[in-house]
Design a protein around this ligand. Sequence first.
Ligand code: FAD
Length: 473
Amino acid sequence: MSTKNDNILIIGAGLCGSLLALRLAQRGYTVNVYESRPDLRVTDISAGKSINLALSDRGFKALRLAGVEEKAREICIPMIGRLMHDLEGNTFASNYSGREGEYINSISRGDLNGMLLTEADKFDNLTIHFNNECTNVDLDTNTAFFKNTTTNEDFKVTSDIIFGTDGAGSELRKSYFLQRKFLFSYSQNFLTHGYKELEIPASPDGNHLISKDYLHIWPRGEYMLIALANLDGSFTVTLFLGHEEGNYNFKELDTEEKIKDFFQKQFPDALALIPNIAEEFANNPTGALGTIKCSPWHYKGNTLIMGDAAHAVVPFYGQGMNASFEDVAVLDGIIDQHEGDWETIFKTYENLRKANADAIGDLAEENYYEMRDHVANPIFKQKRKLEMDLEKHFPEKYFSKYSMVTFNEDIGYNEAMTKGRAQDKAILNMIADNDISTSLDMTKEQLREILDKVNRETENILDEDRIAKTMHH
Ligand SMILES: Cc1cc2nc3c(=O)[nH]c(=O)nc-3n(C[C@H](O)[C@H](O)[C@H](O)COP(=O)(O)OP(=O)(O)OC[C@H]3O[C@@H](n4cnc5c(N)ncnc54)[C@H](O)[C@@H]3O)c2cc1C
């Protein structure tokens, strides 16, 4: 069977869909992509969700596979760590890694998506149809139904294989749920917090007003503000705040006076940099944040959901897009092994990927508490300092949980989570019990002793976890 004869339909040309389309076109398939929005390269629309994102090693691995890593790097701003801002306007930095060359990158969602679309457009066997919204997929006949959003015309397309990369509100996933062809498990867990984007404009001469080399965080427990740099000198600022709960919340911040008062009390240094705060607050939408888990992701060898459609996560690990890109790389590796047998490809993919997708969902929820709260906590600061020292002095031997998740693309999220959690517990316990010192200038020998202790304690915790798990079964 000549597999390249299979026609492929992709619903959604966002980050995951455009990379998937590009890769499948490179493999020689005939690919048709349907996207509900206009072409973001020619229409001035917000690309949806956040304006900029943190791109890291898992994302790069998949971009490399499609030969577009360098094109992405050209539009990246490296961020070497977090810069925390306290209430008095003091700042302190906490790097993401003690190793050289490990950093995350601020990138514009629109520019990255546009670059992928332009690369995809170069293939004659690939066509992107903009302004076509999928409304349903008939699983019996492998037919997707669309509405053209400019002409209002309804039409349908039947295809050998259908991929749903249509994001957290996926129509293909909805069709799984509604058509009841199989036992479909589904959960959607919203946070009580939402988000709103604001802007720190560039200085009059086009420069960044605060350091572009860090991801800025104003951690305040119940809420927090973050800022990531853009290439034009501006920053995109995101406020995370309760929808209706807490002393301050989106619902109650409904006048210019209340908004300014809130910022003046909680984020005075940021307020001084956001000139249009009241207008932006009123006009920019408040977004919801949620985690979606579901299974199965595929129906026979006919359809598969990928990216946020299969596993939307909250943004606090900066991994949603990276995980969605990684999906494409994992699928590609499995196509190498089973090309022609889509049912086996989809099954194998899901078996390999599901636990990792669940893990990044859990890690991202956990990290919310770390970012808004713990980063300012003294024991947490000591732990991060120790981890930086261990990574610096033993770059081949010590990897923090953050490093495993963010910079070690060859370790799955699930393994990174399991090992990282045990390691965190070991270090935090040892610091709390005064079992290890985190003084400023330790010798390499002292650090080596600490590393051995941490490793031993981590192994003990992992053993206990394994035993507890077997008893559970
Ligand atoms: C505030 C915020 C900050 C984030 N920050 C980060 C970060 O720093 N790092 C990171 O890695 N991730 C981050 N993420 C997560 C990241 O945005 C997503 O994981 C990523 O966009 C998923 O890509 P996707 O292609 O699966 O979905 P999407 O990007 O949502 O793309 C889906 C596409 O499908 C289209 N579509 C939707 N419905 C239909 C339909 N019915 N018919 C046709 N087309 C349709 C949409 O228009 C869109 O183009 C963040 C998310 C949020 C909300």
